[in-house]
Ligand binder design. Structure first.
Ligand SMILES: CC(C)(COP(=O)(O)OP(=O)(O)OC[C@H]1O[C@@H](n2cnc3c(N)ncnc32)[C@H](O)[C@@H]1OP(=O)(O)O)[C@@H](O)C(=O)NCCC(=O)NCCS
Length: 191
């Protein structure tokens, strides 16, 4: 438990021009967290490529941002060319920020986004040793399927409702304003 870390940032979607924030977050993951996130060890150049394709396949990326840095991320990915009945989710939280509820909070947003896109089955896979991920999945009523070395979590999102669509739309408007402010701050810093 990282008791020294205070979490006082905000959650919002990342925009395509923010690939570098996504990349920097993934780069800060240590060896163990990279292994947990990708199910195998990955190099810096793999992360560079991966981050460059952040929204290429139409993924939606939710981030927890503090002082202009992305400290945690949840990715909702389509399985196929368009949003269909099934989708996949993946999570990463930097070590100092783990065990502060960020993964749980991001999972809630991912499930709501999946619901709003008509997804009927949301998958997430993790290593069998990943107790934190399994704890979060259980909290969101996932069915956990144990396979050799890995665990597949399956969540069935509810049908979209007026309120789930409105909540996402309202957050997107606020998120857009925050993205503009973050961009302004970065431009001022760089000048
Ligand atoms: C898995 C991960 C996303 C969880 O994020 P997080 O912000 O630390 O998670 P939260 O704080 O929301 O919740 C963690 C839960 O795990 C529980 N937990 C922590 N260590 C645990 C352990 N050893 N055994 C069982 N449960 C444990 C915590 O008590 C907490 O549950 P609670 O809220 O009911 O008390 C994060 O640790 C991470 O990014 N890990 C590296 C990458 C990864 O594993 N990605 C998942 C595969 S895609």
């Amino acid at each position: 438990m990282n008791e020294g870390t205070q979490v006082s940032g905000t959650f919002r979607k990342l925009w395509p021009h923010e690939q570098d924030l996504f990349r920097d977050h993934l780069m800060r993951l240590d060896r163990t967290n990279r292994l947990m996130r990708f199910a195998h060890g990955v190099s810096d150049s793999f992360i560079e490529d991966y981050a460059r394709q952040m929204t290429d396949a139409g993924s939606t990326v939710f981030a927890y941002i503090e002082d202009g840095q992305v400290r945690a991320v949840a990715e909702l990915k389509k399985l196929g060319d368009t949003w269909g009945r099934e989708a996949e989710a993946a999570f990463s939280v930097e070590t100092a920020y783990q065990d502060h509820g960020l993964g749980t909070e991001l999972m809630g947003r991912v499930i709501r986004a999946a619901r709003n896109r008509g997804v009927h089955l949301l998958y997430m896979s993790c290593l069998a040793s990943n107790a934190r991920m399994q704890a979060i999945a259980r909290k969101h009523d996932a069915t956990l399927r144990f396979e050799p070395g890995e665990v597949i979590g399956e969540i069935v999102p509810r049908e979209p409702s007026y309120f789930s669509l409105l909540a996402e739309a309202v957050e997107d408007r606020v998120g857009f304003m925050m993205a503009v402010l973050d961009l302004q701050r970065r431009i001022v810093k760089a000048a």
